[in-house]
Write a protein that binds this ligand. Structure first.
Ligand code: CP
Length: 308
């Protein structure tokens, strides 16, 4: 297939074929990352602005590294030091960035839909690095890449996503991607954080950790997002951990070859015990490694569709 989008905004918009195309392209870039010379000239002469209005470690560093490996010119914009603080609108800000003949903007923003909004007004490409509780497409792609690499495919694969589904852009993006590729998805957590409405999109909703995970091939744990919660959704962190945290004891009922995943940052010993996060079933750091190849694939694919 031919990739023909200048933006990557959500996985909801993409077909299964487009998602597989990005995963296949990432597999080629992963081979590049394993060579002694890791740099290729694919984005030579292109300029990328990284504009993170919310904090990030993994996504920001791996985008920057991916851009360097593709030989792009890079500007890292600090939102806290920008004229946003003087009242300039987001749209004026990115229009001024585009006027500097930038090819791609990689943006993280707290407002759901912020990237889709600016993408409609810009000729340059826009990559969503996370928008509020809405979407985090490159995180889901790296999760899908890791699952495919470890399990060989998605048809009939059982994936359980546990935790704060309500506030999670990672959960939404994973659900969209996994369903399009033929996996069976269960979401679980306290009823306040895992609404029944998810059933309407073909997801099994469960409020019991053991029931959700005992037949799962993959268990993806999510962080409790205190920064997006303006109410108390469960009585205490201790109770959350007792009822929904994965611990060494959970392996009494989990499949022996279950993949333990987490997008990071981890609240150790809350949603996931430290020894399980560092244990033999965990692929958490491999997810991070794969994020580099996935982001190279996304940057390369969308940059080919930007018309200047
Ligand atoms: N998974 C993820 O988005 O991590 P960061 O917030 O550190 O980028």
């Amino acid at each position: 297939m031919q990739w023909n989008r200048k933006d990557l905004l959500t996985l909801y918009d993409l077909s299964g074929e487009e998602i597989e195309y990005l995963l296949d392209t990432a597999a080629e870039f992963k081979k590049v990352s394993e060579r002694s010379v890791k740099k290729v000239p694919a984005l030579r002469g292109k300029t990328v602005v990284n504009f993170f209005v919310e904090p990030s470690t993994r996504t920001r560093v791996s985008f920057e590294l991916a851009e360097q490996r593709l030989s792009a010119d890079i500007v890292n914009m600090q939102a806290q030091a920008s004229s946003l603080l003087k009242g300039e609108t987001l749209l004026d800000t990115v229009r001024n960035i585009e006027a500097l003949q930038v090819d791609l903007v990689v943006m993280r923003h707290a407002a759901p839909g912020a990237q889709s909004f600016i993408a409609k007004h810009l000729k340059c490409g826009v990559i969503n690095a996370g928008d509020g509780a809405h979407a985090h497409p490159t995180q889901a792609l790296l999760d899908l890449f890791t699952i495919r690499e470890k399990k060989g495919g998605f048809k009939g694969l059982k994936v359980a996503i546990i935790g704060d589904i309500l506030h999670s852009r990672v959960a939404r993006s994973n659900i969209w991607g996994l369903l399009k590729l033929g996996a069976e998805v269960t979401v679980a957590g306290p009823a306040t954080l895992v609404p029944r409405e998810f059933e309407s999109i073909g997801v099994r909703v469960c409020h019991d950790l053991r029931e959700a995970t005992s037949d799962a091939d993959v268990v993806n744990l999510l962080r409790i997002q205190h920064e997006r919660q303006n109410a108390s959704f469960f009585p205490s962190t201790g109770e959350y951990s007792r009822f929904f945290g994965i611990k060494a004891d959970s392996f009494k009922y989990l499949k022996k070859d279950v993949l333990i995943m987490h997008p990071g940052p981890i609240n150790r010993d809350v949603e996931l015990a430290g020894d399980v996060a560092d244990g033999p079933n965990s692929v958490i750091l491999e997810q991070v490694t794969n994020g580099l190849a996935v982001r190279m694939a996304v940057l390369y694919s969308v940059s080919g569709c930007v018309q200047k």
